[in-house]
Design a protein around this ligand. Sequence first.
Ligand code: NAD
Ligand code: UDP
Length: 314
Amino acid sequence: MKVCLVTGGAGFIGSHLCEALLNKGHYVICVDNFFTGRKKNILHLMDNKNFEVIRHDIIDELLIECDWIFNFACPASPVHYQYNAIKTIKTSVLGALNMLGLAKRVKARIMQASTSEVYGDPTVHPQKESYWGNVNPIGIRSCYDEGKRVAETLFMDYHRQNKVDIKIIRIFNTYGPRMLENDGRVVSNFIVQALKGEDITVYGEGKQTRSFCYVDDLINGIIKMMEVDNFTGPVNLGNPDEFEIIELAKIVIEMTNSKSKIVYKELPADDPKQRRPDITLAKEKLGWEPKVKLREGLKKTIEYFENELKNHSS
Ligand code: NAD
Ligand code: UDP
């Protein structure tokens, strides 16, 4: 049994991770400031004797004993991370420094939830870990992209300089139950709009691409990465099936039998034109690849939002 600290543990991915770690027999300390996380996401874990929650902001120091640290605290939706850009940078940079300091002190293994955004608007396709990226340092996405890039640098420097046992995963667009209804990210936006019969808001012409990974697949990859020895990463974790955003809109409309119409809105600045992970390294080092096809994952996510919307109206 490992004592696991999960920062951002009340968020979308973090809550699934806490659950999976508990199911594997580990002890889990969930740390969250509840900016985009919710008590509701972890309510079902509260009675578990191996689970505890601390309301804490990782830009401040935390003193705790643990074996594994999963540093997942950071808003991930462009709407949320741009809401307070300076706070987002502080979370990524000061948060990484605090968590790395903790890992160094207690000799814990520590994982950073990095992102495909470190590749920016990529000029290499699909994206391999060896690609350094094409990131605007002064744009509206920079608080997130550059924050995550600095965090990766800090992780590598703590590893080289202080022998901290680090892991870096680069997560590509992940979706599933427990995303916020007003999250702003494309999968939750389209599903909620379709279920409410509202217009589906496609930004730009919808020709930009993303590759969507169902959350259960991602969680398996995260745990495999944490368990493996002698491999720091960075490693891409994502689903290599690539879709245009307009295709996603049509699939969601079809699967929800919605009468919603597609409307086209302005494309936000620096929106990456294409994104698909090369997962050769994850396959080789972790024996991992995603199993859940888009329609299968969307079905589960649609069911989740149907229930959420029903509960609101009752
Ligand atoms: P999320 O917004 O649902 O979860 C983030 C969690 O971190 C929330 O519970 C939030 O309250 C908490 N948090 C934010 N700032 C904090 C702070 N300063 N101190 C303590 N807690 C704080 O997002 P998510 O999709 O679950 O993403 C989790 C992690 O995975 C993030 O680090 C994100 O950058 C990374 N990631 C996610 C995706 C994706 O597609 N979901 C892709 C790439 C990377
Ligand atoms: N997008 C869209 N309509 C929406 C939300 C997002 O067309 O209502 C587009 C967005 O412009 C981007 C893609 O969908 O090209 C994925 O956006 P998301 O915010 O989910 O994540 P990103 O990968 O851009 O961080």
